[in-house]
Design a protein around this ligand. Sequence first.
Ligand SMILES: [Cu+2]
Length: 157
Amino acid sequence: MRFALLTTVVAIGALACGKKGGDQTQTQAAPNAPPAAAPSAATTSGPVVEVKMTGNGSTKAAFEPNSITIPAGATVRFIDVSGGPHNITFWPDSVPSGGAAALQAGMKNTVDNLSGPFLTQPNETYEVSFANAPKGTYKGYCTPHLTLGMKIAIKVQ
Ligand SMILES: [Cu+2]
């Protein structure tokens, strides 16, 4: 009787182990998922050009530099250095034909048409991908500081 009980316990133990093994196989399959997150890296493919957003919070605000030339497919990284909140908004009628659609695809979390989110934290960044953006000049401004002349011209070569 005692032996019979032991055998049963061992049998259940073996069953449990078998089940665990099956789970491990499933868990091992999971690491195949991370590569799916890779496409997010594609948004920053190509060269990255940095532009600082500066100001003193009242009378001065600027993109530095306020005129840049970038190669086709580049990404512009805007950095909130001081005097925020800042953002980047493009005048839809200032961009080359087809440029608005390219910017819409290259701008995340927009708050309005071709208008990026407001950066409030020091060193907070916002990237605009010019992937597939036609050559030409894209004119933009910072919504809170347009009256202070915070504008930028980005020329895509
Ligand atoms: Cu600003």
